[in-house]
Design a protein around this ligand. Structure first.
Ligand code: 5RP
Length: 218
């Protein structure tokens, strides 16, 4: 089974958690794209809340209405991939640069289902460089501050987020206490969002693997 087949298997499984008439939050990335295909085949969602412009246009091209989060009081399920996920269902996200909108949609959802292939499951977060979205005028201040915290931040080249900001990818971290690190980075002025999803972890992890799909709950 290829990595893409494992991603698709996880996406297929996630659709089973939906009910007809749901509004569904939809993440960004290749695994989320498989989920959009499955959502479109299933046909039961009345609309979706997109975590990026790329996801919004993909949803629309599949005929799924895209709703404004401000017009939806409450919704049940947010489905998204991750760059890394640990056994507490804490994640690093933002490899695709959509971390801020992903964090907003995840915060508003009752249930976060993280769909990954088995290569994304780790014991300790941090081998994948941690993305941090930064307001451009704060770039060198945030770079210095994160370096003082022990990371090695590098500006993502030729990349602007949907919010008009830049991304710093922070290398060299071994994140034992993800919730604390997320809070610490939240306090860096000029950093809009960091890619640690620990204070709002996933509720359900769906892992596509060579020997089938495994489910874990927080
Ligand atoms: C985008 C993300 C993605 O969920 C993450 O990068 C995983 O991507 P993929 O499903 O393509 O492996 O956080 O900002």
């Amino acid at each position: 089974m290829t990595q893409d087949e494992m991603k698709r298997a996880a996406a297929q499984e996630a659709v089973k958690y939906l009910s007809k008439g749901d509004v569904v939050g939809v993440g960004t990335g290749s695994t989320a794209n498989y989920f959009i295909e499955e959502l479109s085949k299933w046909g039961g969602a009345v609309g979706a809340i997109a975590s990026s412009e790329a996801t919004a246009s993909r949803l629309k091209s599949c005929g799924i209405p895209v709703l404004d989060l401000n017009e939806v009081d409450e919704f049940g399920v947010y489905v998204d991939g991750a760059d890394e996920i640990n056994h507490k269902l804490e994640m690093i996200k933002g490899g695709g640069g959509a971390l801020t909108r992903e964090k907003i949609v995840a915060a508003a959802a009752q249930t976060f289902i993280c769909i990954v292939d088995e290569t994304k499951v780790v014991d300790v977060l941090g081998r994948f460089p941690l993305p941090v979205e930064v307001i451009p005028m704060a770039a060198s201040y945030v770079l210095r501050t994160i370096s003082e915290l022990g990371g090695d931040p590098q500006i993502r080249k030729n990349f602007v987020t949907d919010n008009g900001n830049i991304i710093l990818d922070v290398h060299g971290l071994s994140i034992e206490n993800a919730a604390e690190m997320e809070q610490t980075l939240n306090n860096v002025v000029g950093a809009v969002t960091n890619g640690l999803f620990a204070n709002r972890p996933a509720n359900i992890m769906v892992v596509g693997g060579k020997s089938g799909v495994q489910i874990a709950r927080a």
